[in-house]
Ligand binder design. Structure first.
Ligand code: SF4
Length: 755
């Protein structure tokens, strides 16, 4: 009998937006182990606890392995025919906007591209939105308002080069652990580097901060508007930059000047002394990076928060240079890739705009599409409201679990249950969403599919398959393409491989692109299967010369027998100290190998030349007046802030499989300040009921001064599958930012009582 040799494959972690490279090894006996890829420029060999435990999450327990129609096993042809004919019939009877796709930042770029092409170019509706709407839509909107494009200017190296890092609404230590470790390592080398944390709660990230501004919920607009006024008053502006490269400064400064320091202090809950110390530090430090995440984005003023931050960087000319710039860190592994192919309801592929007739015409001609979408579609919250009121009659949900993760989750579940036709393509057989599907389509999981993802610094990396497809599972791009063919668009959807999809996506990005758009990877339009297989991680815009490739034969790798380090479990939430060390693999950042080709790992920054993507090539200041909104009431006197913990991901469909990850924090909890605990009769470790006008959860109380008085914090991950009455998004409201449509998941009026 022939004994199969061990093989190791370069791939990418499927969790957060850091986008770490992973080496996945399949031993001769089929056992899988993972380690960080020492040659990947995002992580240089490090992995966090979630990434290190990936091998524990790839078993077939609970997998959806065969198509199902109304709960019975069906063949692929029958299921795909039914999906295609029902969508076609619904469009014929009720119009194009009676159908919708709700997709996911878990999809690979190729999956996203094909789904977007089918809906926007062939159905002719823009009713395709993504769970990335819940993650970073406000950053997209803020970028587009300021830069004329959805461009993240900097890269991870800037975080190591900065003299001041301002972390806003980000528990980087838990939510982007490897990036946090890069900053911590840089600070060990340069102790003079300063770090300011802006967050209503004390988190593990606080440990590294020189200054922690315990800001009132949603006080960020006032904080950064006040900073702009301070910069103007203290002669800390870069007037030459403002004049040469921006518009709208006068109006923005005028609006900011309406807010004096006392008003900023009142809106932020910070003392004037704290504000003065932060403002003077920012004003005096040229190399400043402002990193922001969900605490900024998940807000009813999220887009204004983003622009208030960008205003301060434009006013000081701190953008596009080493160690300086605003930096949005995305939550999901491929939120950026989705943006590149127009995965959101208000965007077109290749960063083109639906509202722009020239862009619509260009995309339609490129696709030879019969019916390009002419206006933005429904954003996530609006989409499920349209399902609820019957405007959407056929819905396809891909790789996400909205019954647990959307705000006002009970209403979303009721809407899905009442929808005449629901298709879910997923890896698992029985999530809270899958069980309501009329048609269930088995999708390929991480490790079984090939494609690309883009991380927070615009770096495109390959995910590679190292496992056989189980049962009858198929990759998402192929499932959508098959439905497209059956809807009568055979020529447009006859892809033989994901490399063909990627090549078309790259070609569209370069099509009639004379530099007026930021996203251009057109140099990869000619990539073939071999080139795609050897594709090394690269940042866009494409480096010159293009196409860094791993040497032929790099897969499978030689050796690779080093296993991930064991996790250090923290027994329960009550013992969990903010200073607990993260179990991160110890490899330090020297790259062991180099691929062939140009541009390898050279950091690429946008806007170094001061040219933006607006018609006049100037960045726009946005005039912002902070609005203070009160949502609490006598019945719901507290503000509930929702978020993530270190070792679980989204609704735990993957991380819930690893007992080691569940050892970190074993049950859902709520953090409450001691004064609030006393006021509401809550003792440490009590079971507490947390309620909003929409619903309630039962969670363990953690009484801690880390929590801001008047606020609660609870993690979003638990579902009723993992804890009785643990679905936190049953409490959150469908309240959104008016520009981005992103839900305000961090500011929910709530009350607490002992159970
Ligand atoms: Fe995966 Fe993010 Fe952890 Fe890296 S930091 S291993 S991408 S979860």
């Amino acid at each position: 009998m022939e004994i199969e040799a061990a093989r190791e494959v370069r791939t990418t972690c499927p969790y957060c937006g850091v986008g770490c490279g992973v080496l996945a090894k399949v031993a001769a006996d089929g056992q899988v182990s993972v380690r960080g890829d020492p040659d990947h420029p995002a992580n240089f060999g490090r992995l966090c606890s979630k990434g290190s435990a990936l091998a524990e999450t790839i078993d077939l327990d609970g997998r959806l392995l065969y198509p199902e129609i109304h709960g019975r096993r069906a063949g692929w042809d029958e299921a795909l025919d039914l999906v295609a004919s029902t969508f076609s019939q619904t469009i014929a009877e009720h119009g194009r906007d009676a159908v919708a796709f709700y997709v996911s930042g878990q999809l690979l770029t190729e999956d996203y591209y094909v789904a977007n092409k089918l809906m926007k170019g062939f159905v002719g509706s823009a009713n395709i939105d993504t769970n990335s709407r819940l993650c970073m839509a406000s950053s997209v909107a803020g970028h587009r308002r300021a830069f004329g494009s959805d461009t993240v200017p900097g890269n991870y190296e800037d975080l190591e080069l900065a003299d001041l890092i301002v972390l806003v609404g980000s528990n980087l230590a838990w939510c982007h652990p490897v990036l946090y470790r890069r900053i911590a390592a840089a600070r060990e080398k340069r102790p003079e580097m300063k770090i300011v944390l802006v967050d209503p709660r004390r988190t593990m990230t606080s440990d590294i901060a020189d200054m922690h501004l315990v800001i009132a919920p949603d006080g960020d607009v006032a904080l950064f508007t006040g900073l702009l006024a301070y910069l103007g008053q203290h002669n800390a502006l870069d007037r030459a930059y403002i004049t040469a490269h921006t518009t709208g400064f006068g109006q923005a400064l005028f609006a900011a000047s309406a807010l004096d320091l006392a008003a900023v202090a009142a809106a932020t809950g910070l003392s004037e002394d704290e504000l003065d110390r932060f403002y003077s530090l920012f004003a005096a430090t040229s190399k400043t990076v402002t990193v922001y995440s969900q605490g900024v984005n998940q807000s009813s003023s999220g887009t204004d928060k983003v622009n208030a931050i960008i205003n301060c960087h434009l006013a000081t000319g701190r953008i596009g240079s080493p160690g300086a710039g605003p930096f949005s860190v995305t939550g999901q592994p491929n939120a950026m890739g989705g943006r590149e192919v127009g995965g959101m309801a208000n965007m077109l592929a290749a960063h083109m705009e639906i509202e722009n007739p020239e862009h619509r015409d260009r995309v339609q001609r490129f696709w030879t599409a019969p019916a390009i979408a002419e206006r933005p579609g429904l954003k996530a919250v609006e989409m499920f409201q349209a399902v609820a009121d019957g405007r959407i009659k056929a819905l396809w949900i891909m790789a996400t679990n909205p019954v647990d993760s959307m705000p006002d989750a009970d209403a979303v579940e009721a809407a899905i249950k009442a929808c005449p036709f629901v298709v879910v393509s997923d890896v698992l057989a029985r999530t809270d969403t899958v069980r309501h599907a009329h048609v269930r389509l088995p999708a390929a999981a991480w490790g079984e599919k090939d494609g690309t993802v883009t991380n927070s610094e615009r770096r495109i990396s390959r995910q590679r398959a190292f496992l056989d497809l189980p049962g009858e599972a198929r990759p998402d791009w192929q499932i959508v393409a098959e439905v497209g063919k059956r809807m009568g668009f055979a020529e447009a959807f006859s892809y033989a491989s994901p490399s063909e999809v990627f090549a078309e996506h790259a070609a569209l990005s370069g099509f009639e692109n004379d530099g007026a758009r930021d996203f251009d990877i057109g140099a990869y339009a000619g990539v073939d299967g071999e080139g795609y297989e050897r594709l090394a991680p690269f940042q866009w815009p494409t480096p010159s010369p293009a196409t860094p490739l791993w040497p032929a034969g790099h897969l499978p790798l030689k050796g690779g027998d080093q296993l991930s380090p064991p996790l250090s479990p923290i027994a329960n939430v009550a013992e969990q100290a903010p200073s607990a060390k993260l179990p991160i693999s110890p490899l330090e950042g020297e790259m062991a190998g180099r691929p062939e080709g140009g541009g390898w790992a050279q950091p690429i920054r946008f806007f170094a030349d001061g040219n933006f993507y607006t018609p006049d090539r100037k960045a726009r200041f946005i005039a912002i007046r902070p609005a203070v909104e009160t949502r609490t009431s006598q019945d719901y006197p507290l503000i509930l802030n929702t978020g993530r913990i270190r070792d679980h991901w989204h609704t735990m469909t993957r991380t819930g499989k690893s007992p080691r990850l569940s050892q970190h924090i074993a049950e859902p909890f709520v953090e409450i300040h001691p004064a609030d605990a006393q006021r509401f009769g809550i003792g440490d470790a009590d079971i507490a009921r947390v309620s909003s006008p929409r619903g309630d959860v039962l969670v363990r109380a953690l009484v801690t001064a880390r929590q801001r008085q008047g606020s609660l914090f609870a993690p979003m991950h638990w579902t009723d599958q993992f804890a009785a009455k643990g679905r936190l998004d049953a409490l959150t409201a469908p309240l959104t930012d008016p520009v981005s449509g992103q839900p305000a998941l961090k500011h929910v009026a709530a009350r607490i009582e002992k159970f």
